[in-house]
Design a protein around this ligand. Structure first.
Ligand SMILES: Cc1ncc(COP(=O)(O)O)c(C=O)c1O
Length: 423
């Protein structure tokens, strides 16, 4: 059904007649979360690890990995994961250029060298074909980001590293509960790490988790940033002799108020995320038949399932962006009562932080301070990522499913995207 009607930016009736803030409230917090936090406070147990250890056990079970290491944020969890995977000075690490900075900025303090790669135009995750071209004898790890909840093509990545010794580090900060061939992302590569800060699907406040089945990776991660856990978590006697001091000089312990919220949230997470997913699917289904509109959702890839509603996006085809810029489309949709915006991240390979900044005074850019070659890339090198912001618009992130109002939001998008001649 195409609605031929006046767009709200031209004075027409907005498609969304009733704003429902509860549709978007996240995280959902109840008395159970409050009581869990109060218990920690009353026990004056904020800096201990007893609640954290219980959470780690429960999260590992939920994730399907042998180990979970809780950290104070996702950035530190990824730092531990990279160190744990063996990333050291001068190693090359392939990582998507289009992501949040905390996917890989830790490489600067590890003395490792980023090798930025392009993204796939539909999954928006790293493009395995582009990754394959960038592997050298110096490649130590590949960082896979399951961007905006969409699982990356893990078949291609795992096949590529088979027998090479290259480690796969999954940043699953956007994708808690997303699956690839029925396995949760974050449990498929050698090590996973994720943010669990307040806006994330599994949201606890500031926090991060590292997940792995590899004891060696786990022990190195513990040694790097968890001085007080080395004696109890590590078995290797060569590591145990350094117990009590963090090798990285970092203190990455999770605050136990976070651990308490995490335990309470985990009990309800599967039911809550299923509701958000059903709302998003309903929304996207109403837009799928519009020419040039591609929901960022794996409708056509039965290997993948998105686990939670988070950072929903729509990719616009040439037939749309050749007529109207994404920014203008967003203004029109927002006027219909469904706030949206264009683009998301910038491309890291073009940022001066990676191309110029000498963080530690080595006399050269830190990103290549220990490299055996100059890995920096100029404009035009990673074309899909460089142009994606022109065709990417945000869609509502539904916390709950209120079908009638979800349908109005879909209508806001549909109305504008089917009446481009009006803008
Ligand atoms: C893809 C990605 N990786 C890592 C992080 C870092 O997590 P944190 O903010 O918990 O440090 C975030 C977000 O916040 C993220 O979006």
């Amino acid at each position: 059904m195409t609605t031929k009607t006046t767009l709200a930016i031209h004075g027409g009736k907005p498609a969304v007649s009733k704003q429902a803030p509860e549709l978007f409230d996240w995280p959902i917090l109840t008395k159970e979360d409050e009581n869990a936090v109060l218990e920690v406070l009353r026990a004056r147990s904020m800096s201990n690890t007893d609640v954290t250890e219980k959470f780690e056990k429960e999260f590992a079970e939920w994730e399907g990995t042998e180990f979970c290491l809780a950290c104070n944020n996702g950035t530190s969890a990824i730092h531990c994961a990279l160190y744990g995977a063996g990333v050291r000075r001068g190693d090359e690490v392939i990582t998507p250029t289009y992501t949040f900075w905390a996917t890989h900025t830790q490489l600067l303090s590890l003395g490792a060298t980023p090798v930025f790669c392009d993204i796939d135009p539909f999954t928006l995750c790293l493009d395995p074909k582009d990754v394959a071209k960038r592997i050298t004898s110096k490649t130590k790890a590949i960082i896979v980001v399951h961007l905006f909840g969409y699982p990356a093509d893990m078949d291609a990545i795992i096949d590529m590293v088979d027998g090479t010794g290259i480690k796969v580090v999954e940043d699953f900060s956007h994708a808690h509960g997303s699956t690839f061939r029925d396995r949760k992302v974050g449990s498929i590569g050698h090590v996973g790490a994720a943010s669990i800060m307040s806006s994330k699907p599994f949201a606890t406040g500031e926090g991060g988790v590292l997940t792995t089945n590899d004891r060696n990776i786990y022990e190195q991660a513990v040694c790097f940033g968890h001085y007080e856990r080395i004696a109890s978590c590590v078995q290797d006697p060569n590591r145990l002799k350094y117990a009590g001091l963090p090798w990285g000089g970092h203190k990455f312990r999770m605050h136990q108020m976070t651990s308490a919220i995490a335990r309470a949230q985990l009990k309800k997470f599967d039911a809550r995320r299923a509701e958000g997913v059903s709302a998003s699917e309903r929304f996207y289904n109403k837009l799928r038949d519009i020419p040039g509109v591609k929901p960022h959702w794996p409708f056509d890839d039965e290997r993948c399932a998105v686990g939670s509603s988070y950072c929903e996006r729509i990719i616009l085809g040439d037939e749309i962006i050749s007529k109207v810029p994404a920014k203008r489309i967003c203004e029109a949709i927002s006027a219909e009562g469904s706030p949206t915006s264009a683009g998301t991240y910038y491309c890291h390979h073009l940022h001066p932080l990676w191309n110029e900044l000498d963080v530690y005074g080595d006399g050269k850019p830190t990103s290549i301070a220990f490299a055996s070659r100059d890995t920096r890339l100029g404009p035009g090198s990673l074309p899909i990522a460089e142009n994606i912001n022109d065709r990417l618009i945000s869609a509502p992130r539904f916390s709950v499913n209120m079908p009638k109002i979800v349908d109005q939001h879909a209508e806001a998008f549909r109305k504008v995207l089917s009446n481009l001649d009006q803008i």
